[in-house]
Design a protein around this ligand. Structure first.
Ligand code: ZN
Length: 668
């Protein structure tokens, strides 16, 4: 990874949550659609009505700036994605045959999958989707389309893209020992090898530069006819100009409603960055953005996370508009105010601790719109900026997206997960009582304190852990959170009311890491995604290293495997030991030790246990992946055209939303 890898912690599919009636407002319909391995939910936006008119206008224009960038991500994810989406949508909307026809149904499912993934590759596994309909079916429908809808469309390459499983098979390949660029389908490189790109950036990097830009964050690297590498920069007048111009236009409309000077400056700097493509300006913007802690409305909009790049450099475009949830923010403010205590008491070698933890700002937010790489699948926490030196010198902002976690919680109630996978009734009761709060606190600790803790020794390259950097960074943040979840300090701070509460999250974490997350993996495949690797690493390491004391075991009851935790205090101790080792690896840049941990614990899957988990899960009909449709915002104007209000509505379906976005926000 290029950075201290910020995560979007993706919500795990294990739906084991409590039924907290206060979180389920009335008859809100959380379920929007269900297909393949996906469930699409709706989320509510509590407290929107409490915003002032200016804040609502700010939210409105920022949501427009968010939706304007949608096509950028589609194109970054694969160079034929947009053309393919348009063709599929034209076939779908022009279809006048039997909608119960099995080929049409398979086609519809495929299109829903493609929409969800912002392209033809699964958003999590990165594998290309397998169409359940025939090429003949599609060709017949395409041939029946009005000619003007096909002008300029290269049908041959689109058919190849859809139907040839070997053509651009994987969006992001992370397999050790292969050329990660040549074997990845992402559209961030063209005609270049991994070695050429690494040489290109290494020649640019100055090891003595203490404030390096995020090299490659906003560009596509191509090889010219002369054999030289150049960057096509994402900016006004550069690559993706038409989409970025529309983003900028809406940012300019938002500007008059900025809540204060710092926020105004940050929006101006973001506009300037989009206009110039200059990554120094992006750093200035990021610093100002990190300093804007007083505004109620906030947003990210840009090329942010680099998980979509096999080399972890180029940012995938995303936007989330949000505002502070005043009630729930009291929780993270308490942690944030205590950041130095947590750092000073962390169970790591003191030389790796930060003597002064700076600017850990934390709040709980409600998302108002999710876009780009945060839509429909979305993180439940955000911690930015990503640049290590900015985080160290200027601090960072960390948020938990409470209305999203609340929607997951409400939608998962009663899905049968706990009855199938949790070992006994007392443990189920523990999860019912404490999992929602401890899961939220785990996210808070991971985001507010975990990613920001610790330091590199002088001279250590932040990219030293290479392809394993993001897995190990997530491991570190999760361990920090797990370790402190059991700390009496949380009771003293009034964040938990029972010293046993942490056991709920420990049980769920071990169950997920050892067993249930395997539900997301196809038979025969390895674990690849960074967060899943991190969870497997922690859980399997703790199982293995606690064997002598029988801390955790996998037991067989009537032919089914269950996780049994015999000693929660010793488990905490193991989490602390592993945290110390991971921090050492990170601080010293010990690539070999990091790689060995990942390869020993985080990658391979026990095929028998995997099969059992899949069998047991399949009886529950729980979708392994979830995402969201957005609410819609409408300007209300008086007879003179003055904006008098912004209203929010929730009723839109998944297909309708996707088709509307393709119609109204087609920019490339
Ligand atoms: Zn994270």
């Amino acid at each position: 990874m290029a950075t201290a890898s910020i995560c979007g912690i993706m919500m795990t599919s294990c739906g084991s949550k409590n039924d907290d009636a206060t979180r389920v407002a009335g008859d809100f319909d959380y379920h929007a659609d269900r297909f393949a391995d996906i469930e699409v939910l709706r989320y509510q936006v509590p407290e929107f009505e409490t915003l002032s008119l200016d804040q609502k206008k700010l939210v409105y224009y920022l949501t427009e700036a968010a939706l304007a960038g949608r096509d950028i991500l589609w194109d970054q994810n694969g160079k034929y994605n947009l053309a393919t989406r348009r063709l599929l949508e034209n076939v779908y909307t022009n279809y006048d045959g039997d909608r119960d026809d099995s080929e049409f149904k398979a086609f519809e499912t495929y299109l829903k999958q493609v929409w969800f993934a912002n392209g033809l590759h699964h958003h999590y596994s990165m594998d290309k989707f397998t169409p359940g309909f025939s090429r003949e079916f599609l060709e017949a429908r395409v041939n029946a389309l009005p000619q003007e809808q096909l002008d300029g469309t290269d049908l041959d390459v689109i058919y190849e893209y859809i139907f040839n499983p070997d053509f651009l098979a994987k969006r992001v390949n992370q397999a050790e020992g292969q050329d990660l660029i040549l074997t990845s389908a992402v559209n961030m490189y063209e005609g270049v090898t991994q070695k050429e790109v690494e040489d290109y950036y290494n020649a640019m990097k100055d090891p003595a530069d203490e404030t390096p830009i995020s090299y490659g964050l906003n560009s596509r690297v191509v090889k010219g006819a002369d054999g030289k590498l150049t960057e096509e920069v994402y900016k006004v007048g550069g690559l993706y100009s038409s989409a970025i111009e529309r983003i900028v236009d809406n940012l300019q409309k938002a500007l008059p409603y900025a809540e204060n000077e710092t926020q105004r400056k940050s929006i101006e700097e973001l506009i300037a960055y989009y206009q110039s493509g200059d990554l120094k300006t992006f750093d200035e913007y990021s610093i100002t953005w990190a300093q804007d802690t007083l505004s109620r409305v906030d947003f990210i909009n840009g090329f942010i996370e680099s998980y979509g790049d096999p080399l972890g450099m180029t940012g995938s475009w995303e936007s989330i508009v949000n505002f502070k949830n005043t009630e729930a923010s009291a929780r993270t403010e308490a942690l944030s105010a205590d950041a130095q205590w947590f750092e000073d008491n962390s169970p790591i070698n003191p030389i790796f601790r930060k003597p002064h933890v700076k600017g850990v700002s934390a709040k709980v937010i409600n998302a108002a719109i999710l876009a780009g790489d945060a839509y429909p699948a979305t993180p439940i926490g955000i911690n930015l900026p990503n640049a290590n030196w900015i985080r160290a010198q200027h601090g960072s902002k960390s948020v938990t997206i409470e209305n999203i976690t609340a929607a997951y919680d409400a939608a998962s109630h009663g899905n049968g997960f706990n009855e199938e996978f949790v070992i006994d009734e007392p443990t189920r009761k523990l999860l019912d009582d404490y999992l929602f709060i401890t899961d939220n606190l785990h996210t808070d600790l991971h985001e507010c304190l975990g990613h920001g803790s610790g330091r590199l020794l002088p001279g250590v390259d932040p990219d030293a852990l290479k392809a394993h950097g993001s897995t190990l960074e997530e491991t570190r943040a999760d361990l920090f959170a797990l370790y402190y979840l059991a700390d009496p300090r949380l009771i003293e701070l009034g964040l938990l009311d029972n010293p046993e509460a942490y056991k709920a999250e420990y049980y769920k974490y071990m169950l997920n890491g050892l067993m249930t997350q395997l539900f997301r993996i196809e038979p025969g495949k390895d674990i690849e995604e960074a967060h899943m690797r991190n969870r497997a690493l922690i859980a399997r390491w703790a199982l293995e290293n606690g064997k002598a004391d029988n801390v955790v075991e996998l037991v067989d009851i009537d032919g089914k495997t269950y996780v049994k935790i015999n000693d929660y205090e010793k488990l905490r101790d193991l989490f602390g030991q592993l945290l110390a080792e991971i921090q050492r690896i990170k601080s010293e840049g010990d690539y070999e030790a990091g790689r060995d941990l990942v390869e020993t614990y985080a990658v391979k899957v026990d095929p028998e246990l995997h099969k059992q988990v899949l069998d047991r899960y399949s009886k529950l009909d729980i979708a392994p992946y979830k995402g969201f449709v957005n609410p819609s915002y409408t300007l209300v104007t008086d007879k003179d055209g003055n904006i008098t209000d912004v209203t929010i509505s929730y009723g839109e379906g998944y297909v309708d939303q996707m088709l509307r976005y393709s119609k109204d926000y087609s920019t490339l």
